[in-house]
Structure formats: C-alpha cells, structure tokens
Design a protein around this ligand. Structure first.
Ligand code: TRP
Ligand code: ZN
Length: 888
C-alpha cells in the first residue's frame, strides 16, 4: 500500500543503468510459513554511463516487502550503517568497477494475495514477475534493460513439491535426509528479471517432442495439477503448430532444449512468457470438448502461440523500458492474430478482432485513461497492459505490414531480430529496422506510437460523368485526449475498391498514372485533407473503403441502406461484406433507439430482414460468417458510438429487433438449426474451423429461435442442453434458457449443470458468467447471491472476472440501474480488492471510468462512487491512478 502520493514516471527521463548484472545466482528455500531467498549478483559498472564520471555512483537496488537478513559486498559483511534501506530501495556504495553483492531475504509467498512476485496458487508455488514483481523476490535492478544469465536452485519438501522448475535447462538435483530435495536450473540466455520464473508443486505433465528446422530435438512439457491431465492435448497441439508456424513464416527457431508450460488457477492475466517456462492461467491451457467451448479452444490456441512467439519478440529481443511495452506486445499480438488466421478462418478472425477493438479499445481511447501506444508517462505500469498497447499496437504493426507488403515486412523483421538479438530496445528501433530493410521513411507514420485517440476519417465523393472521373476526398481529424489537445495528421493506409452496378470491382487508375494497377489498392492518406481522383470510370461507382479494416480509424461515408445491402451482397472483400451488414444494423438500431426514446411504436426496417434472410439462404457462405452477420452489434458497441448512451433504450431497441428478426426468419433459422444440430449429433466433437462454424450458426440460430417462446423450440433447446457431447452446445443452451421466460426449466438447468460440474472451477466460471450477464430484472441481487456460492471466491481472479466483471461489462441494463445500486456494488468490490489484489481491483474499475458517456443522473452517481473509492483509505498505486485520472 501507498504511504505518500505515488510518483509519475516519464519516458523523457529515461537513463541507462549505472550498473549491470552479468550473472545472477539464486537459491530458494521454500517452507510453509516463509521462504528464504539468497541472491548472488555479479555486477560491474555500465561502461556507457562511466565515460565522463570517474566517481562510482551509489548502487540503488529495487526491493519491496523483503526482510533483509544479511548483505555482503564482495567478501565484506555489511552492517546497517553501511547501506540505506526504505520501503522501495536498498542503497549501497560500491568501491570497485566490478563487485559481487550477496543478499539473503525472507519473504511470505504463503500470504501473497496480489499474485505478483512469488506466491501460492492452491498447493503450488509459482511466480509472476512482469512488470515489476521481481523486486518482491529479492533486491535487484528490476528493469528490462538489465539483462543477466541466471542459475536457480530451489529446495522444498519432496512429498509436497515433487516437481521443481525454473528457466532454462536442469543441471543438477538431489535429496537431503530431512525429506527435502533440490534442483538447479541454468538459463544461458541473458534476460531481464521480469522473465524469471520458478514453480514447485505436485504436478503431472504431458510430454511430447518437436524437431526444429535444423533438426534439433526439443522436449515439450505441459504441467498441470493431476485432475487436469486429460485437458492438455489441445494446448500441446497448439504449441507444436506455433513452433512450426514461427519457423515457416518468420524463420524463427526455438533455442533451448526444453520448453515448459505450467497451468495455475490463480493468475492475474492470461499467461506469461518466462524464458523456457511459460506460466499460464489454467483457463488459457485446459480445454477438452466436454468442458471448454469452441471460443475457449481458440483462446487456448491463440495464447499458447502468443507466449511461444514472445521467445523471439520479447525475450531474445526485449524492451528497453516499460514505455516500449507495445514493442513486444503489439508485435506479438499481430503475430498470434496472423497465426490464428492461418489456422482457422482469416475473415472470421479479422471480424472478431475488429469488433472487439472498435467496442473496447475505441472506448478506452475516448476515456480518461486514453494513452498513446507508446505512453509517455505512468504512475503504475500494471495499468498500461491495455487494449491500446496490445490491440491498437497490433494494428500499428499490421499497417506497417500493409504498407510494406509481406516480403518487405519479413525483410524488416529479419533485420530487426538479427540487429537486436540479446538487446533491450525501443519502438523506434523496430521501425528503423523496417525502414532500413526497405529503404522507406516512416517518420510521419510513427505518430501512431505517440498520439493517442481514435482518428476519424470523413470521406466524400464526386463523380463527373462527362470526364469519367471519380474523386474521393478524405478528411482526417483526431479528438483531444488527456495531455494532447491537438494532433498532427496520421499516415492512414486505406485499402479500397470501386464497385460497378453489377458489383464487380473496377480497374483503379489514378489521374496521372499510365495504366490501371489492379482493382484493390492501398492508398496512404497523409494530409488533413486529401483527394484521390480515378479516371476511366464509366459509371458512378460504389466505393468499398478501408477493406480488411486497413487502419484503426472511424470511417464515415454517407452510405444509404440500399447501398449497404448491395455491398453486403457483392463486395469482393469478405470483411467489408460483414461491415456493411454491421453499418446497416447500426442505422436500423439507431432509428429504433430514437423511436423508443420518443415513446413511438417501434418499427423494424424490412430491409434488415431481407438482408439477413438472403445471408441465411446463401449456402455458399462460410457458416461462421453467416453467424457473424446474424449477430447484431452489441449493446457495448452501440454505447460506444452514442454521444449520450441511453442503456435502457439501447437494450429495448436491440431486443425488439432480435424478436422481430426471429419472427420473420423463423423458418430459415429453424431449418439451419435442425440441420446443424443433426450433424452435431452424428459426428463427435472436433476443434476445427469447419466445426466451429457449424456450431456457431447452430447456436446463434437457437438464440433467435428461443425468442419465439414456442414449445417445440424449448424442447429442442432442452434436448441440446441435456444430450450435447460438448460445452459449446451445452453452454449456449443454458445461456438461452437463463435469458428466457421459462422459469422452471431455467432453474432446473442451472441446478443440473452446477451439480454435474461443481468440481471443475473453469466450468463453474462459465456458470457464473451466464447468470451474471442475464438482462432479466434483479440482476444485481442474483450476482450478490452468487457471491455467497461455495464455488465463488474474491481471491481467484477468474472468479472475479466471471461474476463481477461479466456483470459490470456485459449486463448493462442491470449494472446501470438508475438508483445507482450497480455502481455502489462495484465500488464496494473494488475497495475490498484494493487490499487483496490491486491489479484486479484496478481492472475491475474500468466501467466506472466511462461515466462521461451517460446521462447527468448516472454521471453523478458514478462520480460519487469514484470519489468514495478515492476517500476509502490507503489506496494501491494501481487503483489510485485510475480513480484520480478518471475524476480529473
Ligand atoms: N506478458 C504477458 C503477455 O503475454 C502479460 C502478463 C502476464 C502480465 N501476467 C501479467 C502483465 C501480470 C502484467 C502483470 O501478454
Ligand atoms: Zn504478450
């Protein structure tokens, strides 16, 4: 907890370290009521900083919540007068250019609820050091530009902790007479402390092998608690696919002889890329048909790939400082997105990612915590593991890929890895490698790293029939964000095509060009206002703009609904066919929202019905795309695009549209549902794109059909719930029952489900989420009651996210109850969690920070809760930063 006002750290203040650590030798003695950590640091002065300073500066080691037992400088035992110690630092005075520091500390993993540093998850010991958790393990230079080799010895009671793991390769082990044993691991690759890991526990593992491109044999091991050993195969398959893909697409080979993954139940994020020893939230490893949905299977595949890819983009080449976080995260998210696109359906993956970005990252960019992809200041770095750094950062890398083309991009990454292997570098270094490998200038492009906010791109058209010319004028603007009142123009790559009356792409020839250069092209908008004129255009075309979502901007073009229907049918770009459908739905829903607010009778534009009917009847379309097209924009997205969000009107309008669509499209939905359910019944579960697609369509069809409240649909839903062989079908059936008016069936299904799965925490998370998200009245009371359920605990982040997080983020009508009870409830949980787990408390707060989106009454209620949190006592720097910036 904080004692003084926390300090703001600025990128502009960066200085290289005064000292370096060449070797780190650690010993851990793990006991039930404490742990002893001995660290030997082989250090020297940083030559870069020694140049014109003959005097040896003091050595300032980071350390928090450590009980110092002994300290030696070379062979000299230091006495309290020889060093200074406060809550954050240990300062001592070296007397030579090269020296060794030996320290012993006592720490308490057994009572560490923050899940940062060394802690216990259930019966096992594990670590989480990124970003600044290593300082809670030992005194160290806990910053990513200090890279060292590590040897680690752990000792623990043999029968409780038969498995002892750390980074690198195992080099020695043994047993003692007192029932304890030990193991030593050596990691030959220099790494920053945030990549350190250790694990001790009673674990089983699934083992496999991988032969690399140069025929090296790598041992692969996934460790889990014994009861989960049957849920590991999917992660292992994903790992082998990732390793092959990184060789084929980036030429990157794995470097150690062994690669390990450990699954733990208590984990603040998805997973962590510790060198050779990735530690995962069990929700990001465990998956089998009976207990994990298709979405969960795809999430496991993506996160396994993401962490594996970090071995190069993050570990071999790491970040100079935490402002450069997107250097590894944006790049690695781009890499895992491309991997998933190659493994499954490319268009579906893009649609999912863009829908997510537009809903959640755009909201972040418009809120009080808005920051650039490379932030220039922070109070608590844990608060900057954001959608902006990760997802927008990935979009920035994608734009470089679009601008340079796949081969140019590969030349850039080859140069980057070669030039910077073993170094801690910056986003500028990444871009420089791209520039140097391709002979291009990306100076203006780099504004994407430094300017926050979502640019808006207004497009207008002009057709000159006599001249046969067609012009598109682009105007870019970017709203102010905290600390950035004005912005310079971005480089916005716009991929586009022009459709003729038959829906065919016209050849694209700009004025001044000798000949047309294809029918799908990328143009860079670099000015505040810029016009592109196309020649030889025989009729007024319909533009298809920002194909594949070629830039993270809000594009505005005054499409009519008939034009959007035409694009839905004919656009050669699959992403834009989906996007046209979304824009059509948004227009129709906004009209309904207006009718609802004015107290008028709601009337659904029949064109939306017609458009979705033709999608449903099109047997050529990928079924996953049919499912995506049938999904109306979420309430969260409709909120994001409103000036003042009227949650109740949004919900009423969207539910009305869903109900009308269900009535109008009952027959085709029922047909496709039954056909797909029949196939599910006939064939065993497979985690593959084609099967994901079939079940996605089946499930969205079921959710519409249940709105009819017909008995035959109810019977089908119960049949699916009871006899499905997989969680994808079972959970959807449960969710639609939970949201239905069939009270008896709902209660029975919930009870059956909980009874059957009560011992599987990941399945119980889904059970909590389904109920937390139900918009039926009384949502808050249901959530409060569920917090008393024996399977719930505030100490497990997955449980907090599944119940409280799902309620505040997905159950908008109940969370935004006009009496403010939802806000009060969330603030109470944040205050409790602030003391237990600051990272989780601060993330849980996000919905309250969006108060500017709502009406005056709700604004006042939300602000009052933020004020109450601020006044609630000793706040962690995590919660303090978010609350104070939200109120500023
Ligand atoms: N580097 C991790 C990733 O792959 C992120 C992460 C895992 C993390 N655990 C964390 C970040 C705890 C902060 C705190 O994206
Ligand atoms: Zn990552």
């Amino acid at each position: 907890m904080r004692t003084e006002q926390p300090k703001t750290i600025y990128l502009k203040d960066y200085q290289a370290p005064d000292y370096l650590i060449d070797e780190t030798h650690l010993t851990f003695e793990l006991y039930e009521d404490h742990t002893l950590v001995h660290a030997q640091l082989v250090m020297r002065r940083n030559p870069e900083r020694a140049a014109n300073n003959p005097k040896l500066p003091p050595l300032v080691l980071d350390g928090q919540q450590l009980e110092l037992l002994s300290l030696m400088l070379d062979d000299r035992e230091l006495q309290p007068g020889d060093y200074q110690l406060d809550a954050n630092y240990l300062t001592l005075q070296p007397t030579a250019e090269r020296f060794t520091v030996d320290s012993s500390v006592r720490i308490h993993p057994e009572s560490n609820t923050a899940l940062e540093g060394l802690y216990k998850s259930g019966k096992m010991f594990c670590t989480q050091c990124e970003a600044e958790g290593f300082r809670k393990i030992t005194y160290y230079l806990d910053r990513p530009d200090v890279m060292s080799t590590f040897t680690t010895t752990l000792s623990a009671e043999q029968h409780r902790y038969p498995v002892l793991l750390s980074n690198g390769n195992p080099i020695a082990s043994g047993s003692e007479d007192d029932g304890r044993h030990w193991a030593t691991w050596e990691d030959p690759f220099k790494k920053p402390a945030y990549l350190f890991a250790l694990v001790a526990g009673d674990l089983w593992c699934v083992e496999d092998r991988f032969t690399t491109m140069t025929e090296r044999e790598i041992a692969l091991r996934i460790y889990v608690e014994p009861e989960n050993i049957d849920k590991v195969q999917h992660a292992m398959n994903s790992l082998k696919k990732s390793m092959r893909w990184d060789e084929e697409v980036y030429g990157r080979e794995y470097d150690l002889d062994i690669f390990m993954i450990v699954a733990v139940n208590d984990f603040n994020m998805g997973a962590m890329e510790n060198k050779g020893l990735n530690i995962f939230n069990s929700s990001a490893v465990l998956a089998k048909a009976e207990t994990a949905t298709d979405a969960a299977h795809q999430r496991v595949e993506a996160i396994v790939a993401h962490e594996y890819f970090h071995n190069w983009s993050g570990n071999r080449v790491t970040c100079r400082d935490w402002f450069q976080l997107s250097l590894k995260e944006g790049f690695t998210v781009f890499r895992d997105a491309e991997f998933s696109a190659d493994m499954n359906s490319r268009t579906v993956k893009r649609v999912e990612d863009v829908a997510y970005l537009r809903t959640h990252q755009f909201a972040e960019d418009a809120g009080p915590m808005a920051h650039p992809v490379r932030p220039d200041s922070f109070i608590e770095i844990s608060n900057f593991y954001t959608l902006t750094v990760y997802e927008k950062g990935a979009e920035v890398v994608r734009m470089i890929h679009t601008l340079l083309g796949p081969q140019g991009f590969r030349k850039g990454t080859d140069l980057y890895f070669q030039r910077h292997d073993g170094q801690a570098v910056t986003c500028d270094d990444f871009v420089k490698a791209m520039e140097d490998a391709n002979g291009v200038d990306l100076t203006q492009f780099k504004r994407w790293y430094s300017q926050a906010g979502t640019p808006r791109l207004d497009v207008s058209e002009a057709y000159d029939a006599a001249a046969g010319t067609y012009s598109l004028t682009f105007k870019q603007s970017c709203p102010p964000t905290p600390g950035q009142p004005t912005k310079e123009p971005f480089v916005i790559p716009v991929e586009l095509g022009l459709l003729d009356g038959q829906g065919r792409d016209l050849p694209l020839c700009l004025q001044g060009e000798a000949a047309a250069q294809g029918t799908n092209r990328v143009f860079s908008v670099t000015e505040a206002e810029q016009t592109f004129t196309f020649v030889d255009i025989p009729e007024k075309p319909l533009p298809s703009l920002l194909r594949g979502f070629s830039a993270p901007v809000k594009l505005c073009f005054p499409y009519g609904r008939d034009q959007l229907m035409f694009l839905m049918q004919h656009d050669s770009d699959g992403f834009n066919r989906w996007d046209a459908g979304q824009q059509l739905s948004v227009q129709v829903l906004q009209e309904l929202i207006g009718q609802q607010q004015r107290g008028e009778t709601l009337a659904l534009d029949p064109r939306l019905v017609a458009a979705l009917r033709s999608v449903l009847e099109n047997r050529e379309l990928d079924q996953a795309m049919v499912a995506e097209m049938l999904s109306l924009p979420s309430e969260a997205y409709l909120t994001e695009i409103s000036d003042v969000a009227d949650v109740d009107a949004i919900h009423a309008a969207r539910e009305f549209a869903r109900k009308r669509l269900a009535e109008e499209l009952f027959e085709p939905l029922w047909q496709r549902y039954q056909a797909n359910r029949e196939q599910s019944r006939q064939s065993p579960y497979i985690a593959e794109a084609e099967h994901f697609a079939r079940r996605a369509l089946q499930n969205i069809a079921l959710s519409y059909l249940m709105l009819s409240e017909r008995q035959d649909v109810l019977a089908a839903c119960i049949e699916q719930f009871e006899s499905a062989d997989n969680m994808t079908e079972r959970l959807t059936a449960l969710a639609v029952l939970v949201n239905s008016p069939f009270e008896a069936e709902r209660g029975k299904a919930l009870e059956m489900f909980a009874d059957y799965f009560k011992d599987d925490p990941l399945v119980m998370d889904q059970w909590f989420s389904v109920q937390a998200g139900s918009p039926l009245p009384g949502g808050l009371e249901r959530v409060q009651q569920l917090m008393q359920h024996p399977a719930f605990t505030l100490k497990n982040p997955n449980k907090v996210r599944a119940l409280i997080g799902a309620f505040a983020n997905q159950n908008l009508v109940n969370f935004h109850r006009i009496d403010g009870a939802g806000y009060r409830f969330l603030a109470d949980q944040v205050i409790t969690l602030n003391a237990l787990n600051p990272q989780i408390a601060s993330r849980l707060l996000a919905p309250l920070t969006r108060w500017r989106k709502y009406d005056n009454a709700r604004q006042a209620l939300m602000r009052a809760e933020l004020e109450r949190i601020l006044a609630s006592g000793e706040l962690s720097s995590d919660v303090y930063e978010v609350v104070s910036k939200s109120l500023a």
